[in-house]
Design a protein around this ligand. Sequence first.
Ligand code: ZN
Ligand code: ZN
Length: 538
Amino acid sequence: MKVTFLGAAKTVTGSSFLIETEHSKLLVDCGLFQGGRAKERNAKSISFDSKEIDFVLLTHAHIDHSGLIPKLIKDGFRGEVHATEPTVDLCGIMLPDSGYIHEMEANWKNRKRMRSNKPKVEPLYTAEDAYNSFGHFREQKYEQLVTLTPEIAFKFHDAGHILGSSILELWITEDGKQNKLVFSGDLGKPNQPIIKDPSIVEEADYLFLESTYGTRIHEDETTRSEKLAQVINETMKAEGNLIIPSFAVGRTQDLLYTINKLITEDKLESIPDVYIDSPLAISATEIFRRHPSMYDLKTRKFILDGESPFDSPYVTYTRTAEASKELNERQKGAVIISASGMCEAGRIKHHLKHNLWRSESTVLFVGFQAQGTLGRRILDGEKDVRIFGEEIAVKCRIESLDGFSAHADRDQLIDWVNKFVDKPDKIFLVHGEESVIKEFSKTVYDNTGIETYIPELGETVYVTKTVESIPKDNKTTVKERIKSLLEQWELESSLIQERLLALYDICESEVSEKELQNIEKQMRTLRKKLRQYRNREE
Ligand SMILES: [Zn+2]
Ligand SMILES: [Zn+2]
């Protein structure tokens, strides 16, 4: 089998991996590049014949993972796109929004080109192309094995990154040999607001691991709430506005929930007016409301206590353009959460235009800013930026809180990898900037002993397992099977024993209930199997 890294190789955006087996071609994610060289990379990403692709397995709705699906379909893809139910719901709003942005950009360029008598440019795809793609989506549940062909099966697990996000387990059989590929997708971190913690996967032959924050350690939940309260309090005192560029999906809902908690816990000196100024974020919040079964226990308890993660008398959702424009007049006392998260498009650009030059206002970054984006330029300290063709001085306070990131940090990534009982032969490091991936690669090897590989953009690798193959005949005697089970038992029990001893040594509060339950389950399964075969022999 061959894997081609069409995106997210030595870069964060454009996640897309082409897997070619003897009989099938499938894509894991089909994402849009953002930031520097995005246009050229997006055009190149679908360099294959879209008609030849049989399936797409989509890890989550973020546009850097899903944003080229309408283009794929426009180019002739006829297959199915498998994703979880919330991912399908979220794509239902995000893909048309992305199509609309491409149309607007093309219109803007074409107005200019018309004036200089140049030929028109076509948008990458339109909102209509996005609507046309919906018929291809198939909803799948977490933890359910889906057989695509006799050779290919997969399972989604909760990745704890955004609502509906998945880790993908993919089994591919060729020549009687089975390979198991695991894609971490974007991996969340424990204790993220609203959603559950990332699931643990126990075995893989090859792991494709995201590396976004492979060199960073995040603030914990308490520090991050405290810092947010501090920034709100100080900005309100300075009589300015707090502008938060935020991804419409996930981050905005986390912020809302955290601010609502700060209000109910009386942590704000004066309560600001909070505006969610992004039609996409408003629609996304509606989808969050529809899937309470995906919430974690803390959020469910918050709701049981009569509170709401997304509503309070201080929160206003501004859907219309008029309501949004009124915010331009606002001088102080407002917290404006608006998209896009990297300031490349959307209403946030208006709020930056009206606040960047005011020393009393604050711009707070709560998410990753890719190289080449407006957000990154502001965060890197540029003194002037161009917004809507106008030079704007950056004089306001610039703050950044990466505790709101929906990605696991360095230690959390390593912890997750170390939970594999049957360790992968190799880890392909993806979804990270080059300098980060290089350093992270060393960290992974030093802390897990697993070999890593850093793929280039567009690189193809052969993935074939050399050891272990599925037994082909049924002639193996019961005794032989018991013997092999006993060997397996020995190996697995020694691994379990090792892990238990390691757990025994660490602080009690750090031992997760989930892992203990997992170990108990493993032991029960082994015991059961062994008993079955012993009985059969007798
Ligand atoms: Zn994501
Ligand atoms: Zn991503």
